[in-house]
Design a protein around this ligand. Structure first.
Ligand code: GLU
Length: 315
């Protein structure tokens, strides 16, 4: 483990930052700043088709407007492809990953017991042991394969610093998962592990929608020989709309940039976010910096936060 603890801010430039993202970033920033950790910023821009031009700069401007800062220059995942490629090759060469030519449709129809409401289906291992190399897969099928990590049998357990002990059995739920897409783009699960280990990240704070990504990431840390870099995980509940669904466009415009354009002071947003984080800001407006030292994970609500536009006094 590196001597200086470190977290990271990791926006995905797939859309504008909204109040829900802002709250998670504020928690991450407050923990980092009041604990004296390193706090680099990484732009997670590998999801090609979903990345929006200019959304990275917009995210940086939104965070700055809110009063959040970070250490060093932003790190772009898209500039680090050779690191991911080396990790993928490592797993492939050691027989821990294999080429897979199944389309999403084929995986869904081959899954023996799809869970009715759950969109995730277990990959049944159709291509496991089918090809000796990527080249072999292309030659035999004419398709460019994705690469899957072979999930070892048995449960994966970890202790989440907010939610407590967690156990997942990927071998019975999701099965072998993709680490590089057919177009050779590294998958989120792989890239985030390679980056966090390389960046010396010791504490990951993120929304609880990524809780079930953690066992995949732990398996990758171990398979890549990065056990000593395994971070602490702190997942936090998300902000939802009045319908109980994760905050999104359907709940109205909650983008930070819209509040900024309509003249809402960032301090008013920060005061609302502070209340959502279990902090009494004492005023209707407060700066992020004034909250340093006031955040305590023990006071963070365990339930989801419901955003009610009428009660928010933001417009
Ligand atoms: N960039 C990811 C997101 O915005 C976060 C990744 C992570 O924290 O592991 O959802």
């Amino acid at each position: 483990m590196p001597t200086v603890p470190s977290s990271r801010l990791a926006p995905s430039p797939t859309g504008a930052l909204h109040l829900g993202n802002a709250r998670t970033f504020l928690i991450n920033w407050l923990i980092g700043r009041q604990s004296g950790w390193n706090l680099p910023l990484r732009i997670d821009d590998l999801d090609g088709p979903r990345v929006k031009a200019g959304a990275d700069q917009q995210a940086l401007a939104d965070l700055t407007w809110l009063g959040l800062d970070w250490d060093g220059q932003p790190i772009y995942q898209s500039h680090r492809l050779s690191l991911y490629q080396a990790a993928v090759n490592n797993l492939l060469n050691r027989g821990l990953a294999y080429p897979c030519v199944c389309s999403r449709k084929e995986v869904e129809s081959a899954a023996s017991a799809p869970h009715a409401e759950d969109q995730s289906v277990r990959y049944p291992g159709t291509c496991d042991g089918r090809f000796i190399s990527i080249h072999d897969a292309v030659a035999k099928t004419g398709r460019q394969p994705a690469l899957r990590f072979r999930v070892p049998p048995g449960p994966v357990s970890f202790n989440d610093n907010f939610f407590g002990p967690q156990t997942f059995d990927l071998s019975t739920t999701s099965g072998d998962f993709v680490i590089a897409k057919a177009d050779a783009t590294p998958a989120y699960q792989l890239a985030v592990v390679v980056d966090d280990a390389e960046m010396g990240v010791t504490h990951i704070l993120r929304g609880d929608d990524l809780l079930d990504s953690t066992p995949r990431q732990l398996l990758l840390y171990r398979a890549l020989g990065l056990d000593s870099s395994i971070p602490h995980y702190i997942h936090v509940p998300l902000v939802v709309g009045l319908d109980g669904r994760r905050l999104a466009k359907r709940h109205g415009d909650t983008r930070l940039s819209s509040y900024r354009e309509s003249g809402v002071p960032p301090e008013r947003i920060v005061a609302m976010l502070a209340r959502w984080c279990g902090i009494n800001p004492g005023h209707d407006e407060i700066t992020a910096r004034e909250l340093i030292g006031k955040f305590d994970l023990a006071n963070l609500p365990h339930h989801q936060i419901t955003f009610d536009p009428a009660a928010s006094h933001l417009s």
